[in-house]
Design a protein around this ligand. Structure first.
Ligand code: FES
Length: 111
């Protein structure tokens, strides 16, 4: 089980969820009502599932694939610890994970 903490884009709201092993972070976020669109449903073709991982937690995640990195390059407000939540599988190796919802999680591409 992984304790996932979501922080709202303005930093004012925190929501904690216990996610079962094997859960996809995007599914957990959507199930919790977090505003992540995840338009392509995990096909790495959008980036609307982008989250910003807390710096302390970033290293415990497996590295992003090259395809994921390429998609993140296109994401609005991406940072060094950005990830696509559809690519993050929560395992027992990850006991705690804190992620922030980016300010522009809606589709701003092409602007
Ligand atoms: Fe589209 Fe993650 S849901 S890249």
């Amino acid at each position: 089980m992984t304790k996932v903490t979501f922080i709202s884009a303005d930093g004012r709201q925190r929501q904690e969820i216990n996610a079962p092993d094997g859960a996809i972070l995007l599914d957990v976020a959507q199930g919790a009502g977090q505003p992540l669109e995840g338009t392509c449903e995990g096909q790495m073709a959008c980036s609307t599932c982008h989250v910003i991982v807390e710096a302390d937690d970033f290293a415990q995640l497996p590295r992003a694939s090259e395809a994921e990195e390429d998609m993140l390059d296109l994401a609005a407000s991406a940072t060094r610890t950005s990830r696509l939540s559809c690519q993050i599988v929560l395992t027992e190796a990850i006991s705690d994970l804190t992620v922030r919802i980016p300010a522009e999680s809606h589709n701003m591409q092409g602007m």
